[in-house]
Unconditional design. Sequence first.
Length: 274
Amino acid sequence: MTDGTAAPVRIERDGAVAVVVLEAPPLNLFDESVFAGFERVAAELVALTEPGRPDRARAVLVEARGKVVSGGVDVTAFREIAEGPDPEQRGTALWARLLRITQTIEDLPVPTVFAAHGLTLTAAFEISLACDVLLAAERASFGLVEIVVGLTPSMGGPQRLAERAGPARAKELILTGERYPAAVLERWDVVNRVLPDEGFAEAARDYARRVAAGPTLAHAATKRLVTTAVRHGVRAADEITPQVSGPLFGTADLRGAVASFLDDGPGRATYTGS
């Protein structure tokens, strides 16, 4: 539990992993303080993951404290917009603001992992879809339930669901407003892995530590190539591959890994992220 003074969204360090913690009990609802917290943390992550920084974070893990990841958005924020002056203009500004959080997390040059240990609704689910890997405990469930207030998810959820699961599944999930168990979303390729409830938090930390220990600059290249292929086509990814992958031959990690492979065999290299 929070002691009442900790920020509802904050960064803790676990070695090379920057751990984004959501803790706004009892339900981790997204209100102005949480949205502002994610804005601040997203900006901090950009600085923390900058190449060449001595204390660079080489992976990001997003986790929540409490029984649920998030019960969704504090709907009073929507009422204030809907019943106030210029609701359309203010609503447009809100989504533009919140989409920047999603895009900033998505564009980080290091692997990003979201750990969902329980119920994960609306904004939290959308943030999870901006991460490279979504890990879920067996008891976790997910939903984009904005239809209950006459909205569509607008922090990037529909389009990122379509990337992962295809347009038909994305529409089904949003149009029904139902909650889906982790096992179903794993079958739909939304969730990467379902892990046992017992020891889930530590298993997610271990996963983040493993990807943080890898060749960070190569991971950044992988992210760029995959995103380009999905959004612009395979030939577009082919077009940028030489300039994205070629510079990896100048990295200390590649030189060290090649030497380790030739001297000691595969799988023994260690990486510094440079």
